[in-house]
Each structure stands twice: as C-alpha cells, then as structure tokens.
Design a protein. Structure first.
Length: 200
C-alpha cells in the first residue's frame, strides 16, 4: 500500500504548488491508500475522507469482503469480455444505479482504451489483504459508509471512525461505490464537513 501511495504522491506533488487547500477522498482500496498516504505525510492535506474502506486490524476477513462478493472478485480475474466483467462488478458495488447495462458498456469502453492487467488486480487485492491502518492520523478525518454495501461491512468504516475519533455518516441505501450511487449525498456531507472544519 505504501508503494501505491508514494507513486500517487509523486504524481500529485507537481500539481500542489501554489494551489490548495487540498483534501483527499478515497473509497475502498482508495481509502486504504489515503490512510497510508496521510499516515506517512500528514501535512500534505488539510483533511481526509474515507468511504467504505477497511483494514486488517479493524475487520475480520468476512467483514472486509463479504462472502457473496467473492464471485465478483474471481470474475474480475477471469478473461471475460469487458462488458460482462463490468456488469458483474457493478452488480456488487452499486445498489442505486438505475441502468447498470448502460454503465457497464461505458466502463467497458474505458477498459478497452486502457486494459487493466489481471496481475495488477491480483496485486491490488494482495495489498488490500495485507493492509493495516495507521494507529492514528494527525489531520481531520471524515468516514462515510453505505448501509447496503454488498462488498464490505459498514462495521469496518465505523470502527475506523472510532479509531480516529472522526464523524461517521452512513447512507441507508447506498452500496460500496457511494459516489456512484448517490453523488449528491456524498457532496453534501463533504460540504458540511468542510464548512464545520473552517468554522472550528
């Protein structure tokens, strides 16, 4: 996870100069990367938002990846056509998207433009399995979860919020990909959190 975070940070640093303030938002694996990044470089951001994420020290394996989601992960590693793969993933990570077929075709187009090697997916899964969250984060944290998450139990992000003394918000109907299921809900939580931090 540290290698992923450092690679992203190296790409981000040239963008930072003269711009900001910056806050970081990561969902799922992105949330793990965000925790690692902010744990190693706490002054890079004014705050971090974690969505539907977990760590090996805050959740049991069956909470971090619900048994029903295992088939989706295995299909992501198989040489299926891109549309079938995206459809199977979307059916696990979303619960509110009205037209999964249209979105699967759109995302399959991205895959055709820039295919994601199966070895990369396997390495990401291995990094997620090994990941342990920093004991503390020295910047403001907000934690979000989807109550209908079919991939990761909301108990995991809830425990992260407790660890970091952070506010916790749970969407009652959203799935794993919060920003895809209800972007307005996510944006409103981010807005309120940023305003509260500015007023503090």
């Amino acid at each position: 996870m540290r290698g992923i975070a450092e690679d992203l940070r190296a790409r981000w640093l040239p963008l930072r100069d003269g711009k900001g303030p910056w806050r970081l938002f990561g969902i799922s694996l992105g949330g793990m990367v965000a925790m690692q990044w902010c744990g190693d470089h706490p002054r890079d951001f004014e705050g971090v938002v974690l969505g539907n994420t977990s760590a090996g020290d805050v959740g049991m394996p069956w909470e971090r990846m619900k048994p029903g989601a295992l088939g989706m992960v295995l299909r992501a590693l198989l040489p299926l056509d891109p549309r079938s793969r995206e459809r199977s993933i979307l059916r696990v990570v979303t619960s509110m998207v009205p037209d999964v077929e249209r979105l699967a075709e759109e995302w399959a187009g991205y895959h055709r433009e820039a295919p994601l090697p199966r070895a990369t997916v396997a390495r990401q899964i291995a990094a997620a399995v090994r990941f342990r969250a920093p004991a503390r984060l020295e910047l403001p944290v907000l934690v979000l979860a989807g109550g209908a998450d079919a991939l990761t139990s909301p108990a995991c992000p809830r425990r992260l919020a407790q660890r970091y003394g952070a506010p916790f918000e749970e969407h009652p109907r959203a799935g794993h990909d919060l920003a895809l299921d209800d972007p307005d809900w996510v944006a409103e939580r981010l807005r309120k959190w940023a305003l509260a931090r500015a007023a503090a």
